[in-house]
Design a binder for this molecule. Structure first.
Ligand code: NI
Length: 191
């Protein structure tokens, strides 16, 4: 078990396009250890997800898990999911405005638009192919992590920079309204 250092915005590795992982590489002890490190680091930081470039490894791997997350208490649960070489495809034009944060952008949150209904194809850590539909905030979490693999941060998608807040000011001035709106959305969309 290794909790790795999380890179912060400004580190050039966060801006690279990460490379695909071959099946042979995925099966290697080194890549399996990297996946373990991602899970450990995500847990230690209370992240809803983390992508390999965030710990300095520019390969297309991310982990996602939501279980009563103190950073995002309104997010529906997602069991631990390891995605390798993920491809995301919007299923329609429906979008939702989500307030996001990121382990690589310390003490900052902002509003971004995310697709509500997406198809996600990926390999799991055993190399098994998955082809799933993800909806709602869960779809948003997948989009956030996959953005990291293309060198994008949520900051790049903030359409109104006036929505940027520290975590403390979010709690103080914006949390209640956002949680009210997003809870209605989660109840309507179901995830
Ligand atoms: Ni992030």
């Amino acid at each position: 078990m290794t909790v790795r250092e999380i890179l912060h915005v400004g580190n050039p590795l966060l801006r690279e396009r990460s490379r695909e992982v071959t099946r042979e590489e995925l099966a290697s002890p080194a890549m399996q250890a990297l996946i373990d490190d991602l899970v450990d680091t995500m847990h230690a930081a209370n992240g809803a997800g983390i992508a390999a470039p965030q710990i300095g490894e520019t390969v297309r791997i991310a982990t996602i898990e939501v279980t009563h997350n103190p950073r995002y208490p309104y997010k529906p649960p997602i069991p631990l999911t390891v995605v390798v070489n993920p491809v995301i495809e919007p299923l329609d034009d429906e979008m939702v405005e989500v307030n996001e944060g990121c382990l690589s952008v310390p003490n900052m949150r902002g509003n971004v638009m995310r697709h509500v209904n997406v198809r996600v194809r990926y390999l799991d850590r055993d190399g098994v192919e998955h082809d799933e539909v993800r909806r709602g905030l869960t779809a948003g979490t997948f989009q956030h992590e996959c953005d990291h693999l293309d060198g994008l941060l949520f900051l790049d998608r903030v359409h109104d920079t006036r929505s940027l807040t520290t975590w403390e000011q979010f709690e103080r001035f914006h949390r209640d309204e956002f949680v009210r709106r997003i809870t209605e959305f989660v109840e309507r969309v179901g995830s």
